[in-house]
Write a protein that binds this ligand. Structure first.
Ligand SMILES: NC(=O)CC[C@H](N)C(=O)O
Length: 364
């Protein structure tokens, strides 16, 4: 494809010139940056990026291609993709396609030859930045922040059941994943640990979850402002009050809201795979994978039965909550990693141990 000029125009007044990387042009979205050096396939297929234009700060993107195994969802939901230096000749034993082939297949507008570090500095300076990818540098971006229904665009329409191949017991523990835009690696982590997994739509009623007789429930990651789902609080609290529950990212924020804490926007988000997080009980620091623009407000965690279990080492923001007596734990980061290190994989193990070592369901 001949390289043609395209523009990223921002609501800050900045206009960045680049080259179109796919034949799909025009996108409006919130600009967010990810600092991971690898993992562009997982980032691009993570449904939490729905509605957003993602830029990678690492300059060389596409060099190890695109494979069949690292999809976090079948269809990418991000609005657009911005890179500095694209690679058209990938080298990797698992690679099946080039980045550009997948941009075409999934109809993703993309620009290359943008100074992504300069763009990142603009986002860091202004915080909330909206952009339009366009042929016309005079165009104006649209503020796309308000889509309270974004989760419904990425959640499954019907429940899906996965059976583990790894069970040592006759009856594998059963985990229901409430899908706000779940990353497939959450289900994979549970399946590998010997659990059967049922993924259900984000607005599944408590009574339907109960009818599936889960041993535990995971509330997944997902896009958008958690407050847009505050109407689900009563239902989610009912679920968490009845089953051992783990909240991941958006799921963590929704549990916080359901039990009386509040959430707020971070200045410019945490997106990358080297965010240090401290476990406040052990003092250990783990390197985590993150992708979030909102956070639980530390000062709002005043509920008697809960404590802040994890803290971000860089900005001291809330990274996890734990109930003092019930089997409820939530984390703002991603224990399934993908992309990123698996320092916090033990959290899945701890979650599952709550119902497998006792040999029976806990408090359903
Ligand atoms: N990965 C996630 O679940 C993101 C949660 C939420 N949409 C945020 O940006 O904070």
């Amino acid at each position: 494809m001949p390289e043609t000029t395209g523009y990223l125009v921002l609501n800050t007044g900045d206009v960045l010139e680049g080259k179109w990387l796919s034949s799909y042009k025009y996108a409006d979205g919130e600009l967010v940056f990810n600092t991971a050096m690898t993992g562009y396939q997982e980032v691009m297929t993570d449904p939490s990026y729905a509605g957003q234009i993602v830029t990678m700060t690492y300059p060389l993107i596409g060099n190890y291609g695109w494979n069949e195994v690292d999809y976090e969802s079948i269809q990418p939901s991000l609005k657009g993709f911005i890179v500095s230096t694209p690679s058209h000749n990938p080298e990797h034993y698992e690679s099946k396609y080039t980045l550009v082939e997948m941009l075409e297949k999934h109809k993703i507008p993309a620009l290359s030859h943008i100074d992504t570090r300069a763009l990142t500095k603009i986002i860091r300076k202004h915080g909330e930045v909206y952009g339009k990818m366009t042929d016309n540098p005079e165009d104006k971006p649209v503020n796309t922040s308000v889509n309270p229904n974004i989760v419904s665009t990425v959640s499954v329409a019907e429940k899906i059941t996965y059976k583990t191949n790894n069970s040592t017991d006759q009856k594998a523990p059963h985990v229901v994943v409430v899908d706000f835009g779940y990353k497939h690696s959450i289900a994979h982590s549970l399946l590998e640990l010997g659990c059967d997994v049922t993924v259900v739509p984000f607005d599944t009623r408590f009574i339907e979850v109960q009818s599936l007789a889960p041993d535990g429930v995971v509330l997944s990651n997902g896009p958008g402002d958690p407050k847009a789902l505050a109407h689900l609080s009563t239902n989610l609290k009912q679920i968490a009050d009845h089953f051992p529950t783990m909240g991941i990212c958006l799921g963590h924020q929704l549990i916080a809201l359901a039990y009386g804490a509040t959430t707020k926007r971070l200045p410019y988000g945490h997106r990358g795979s080297n965010h240090p997080v401290k476990d406040v009980q052990t003092g250990k620091v783990m390197i985590t994978s993150q992708n979030h623009g909102y956070v639980v407000d530390y000062d709002s965690v005043k509920m008697d039965d809960w404590y802040v279990s994890h803290i971000n080492v860089n900005d001291k923001s809330v990274e996890g909550l734990k109930h003092k007596t019930k089997p409820l734990m939530t984390v703002q980061f991603h224990p399934e990693a993908h992309p990123g290190p698996i320092d916090t994989h033990h959290l899945f193990v701890n979650f599952i141990k709550q119902f497998i070592t006792k040999g029976e369901k806990q408090h359903a």
